[in-house]
Design a protein around this ligand. Sequence first.
Ligand code: AMP
Length: 613
Amino acid sequence: MKYSELVRLYGQLDSTTKRLEKTYYLSEFLKKTAADDIEPVILLVQGRVFPSYDERELGVANQLVVKAINVASGIASAAIEKEWAKSGDLGKVTESLIKGKKQSTLAAAELTVKKVFDNLRKLTELTGQGSVDRKLQLIAELLSSAKGAEARYIARTILGQLRVGTGAGILRDAIAWAYFPKAVEDVFVKCHSCHKTVPPADSCAECGKELGKEAKAAAAEIEAARGEYNKILDKIQTAYDLTNDFGVVARKAKTEGAAGLEKVEIRIGTPIKVMLALKAETVQEALDTVGRPAQCEYKYDGFRLECHRRGNGVWLYTRRLENVTSQFPDVVEYLREYVKGDNYIIDSEAVGYDPKTQKYVPFQNISQRIKRKYDIDKTAEELPVEVNVFDILSYDGKNLTGEPFRKRRELIEKLVKDAKRKIVVSKAIVTGSEAEIERFFKKAKADGTEGLMLKKLDAPYKPGARVGYMLKFKKVMENLDLAIVAAEWGEGKRAKWLSSYYMACNDNGKLLEIGKVSTGLKEKREEGLSFDEVTELLRPLITEEQGRLVKVKPKIVLEVAYEEIQKSPTYESGYALRFPRVIRSRTEEKGIHDINTLEDVEKLYRQQKKVKG
Ligand code: AMP
């Protein structure tokens, strides 16, 4: 493929900010791209020559481009710099200066995508003595052959400044539009001016004319017809999440269709996006999402580490898919020594500990290890980490992401030989009991971790997704048992109930208000402690009424959860609760003298400050 064709696409992409138009131009281009050119094209439209997880860099400074223009055009560097200072855009300067010396290059060969791609890749391979000169030659060779806008885009790509706005969403959709015309048929409309089938928008992506009324009406129906289309998008997304390379995905889609996308395999040594967690406020909420029983694991305060092994090779990636293998020789050794097998990808959290006390330390204390480029062994000794393995994605060439979590966990337990403060299987229990989880939570906190992760036992591993297969639960605070001292009648459909309650703690026999709570109670008795029930309990205790507010004799004790205790002048205790929620009634077990004291509140306030650092 000629490079000029790609440059024409760059021009189209640059000419619009509209997502649908960009996607359309790219998809039309992909349709006519030969299989062998797909990967270079997909990388080049992203302004790169390697996928984003690959760390190889072109390593070309502005000055080298100036020098290359000088070599290719014969114009003095000082004059080029002057032009550049004037326009501020080295890409445009390259184009106009290279254009100026046209005559001398009439004989030069026409640039192909392959030639540009190969020369740019070669730039990354050159290091050491003489490498700057070699780089200069490679760039100058491209510029000498460049025509028109080609020079501008070559310069921008080299400088890492090619921004034609093709993000992941556009790439994914363009692959679908290019290679799955049947699925797309239902979501496109026909333009009445040029008769092309185009994406539904205000104007036609092909001829620019306004799309007729009928087309717009069709657009409204499109939402309903998205079933097949969405399935294809999902397949493309999944294939991308496994490979992190749209080039590989597009090529598969073109050559093998949907079946090919399904066959996209995990490649050891190529990072996979990790599965992400949702947050739960309460144990109950977490269990409602992941189901009972659930796996509850310690939530370690470290950093995600995806560990790959093939033969003797080991690769370590962070959550952002940065390769950190050389920063963690200790982890490489643990994997070789304590994990059975030599063909796998495991998911883990590396957590730092104090070498003297052997206690876990917060992430901030060890974060510097991730970027460290020198004194690596010394740093590893001073800031050691323990790898806590919690999942496995591939073993012996088999993709395990579709297997239920329970099975994957069983396998990890077989493969990892626990070596404390080196590499261990994450601490876990399987239970559906909230009380047991609360106890485990306390243990997790006492062992210096952040809280718990609750996981769905029969869930697959969804790379890159935050789908509710694992929930983090970091409740920092203990619940408080507080007495209701006043309440308010509700509004609207809650008008028949006392639906917000002023809660108080005990200060040597005096009850001091600490906040108002109105969530956590149910509207129907069958669902748990209800507004109706609490209203009936309070009714005989009313001592005074002022508008919607009633004062009550303190007798009803509620357990209240919250996110944080704050200092506040609003309430007489001097504190307020952020996001308070009623957990249950404790009236049966606790009298007014057993509720939490102001001293307890002060202590929790201080503790929470310590935890937050
Ligand atoms: P957060 O970063 O607060 O969204 O919490 C999710 C992160 O907790 C994950 O990305 C992991 O890095 C980390 N984590 C710690 N312990 C575990 C565990 N047992 N299972 C899964 N993730 C964990």
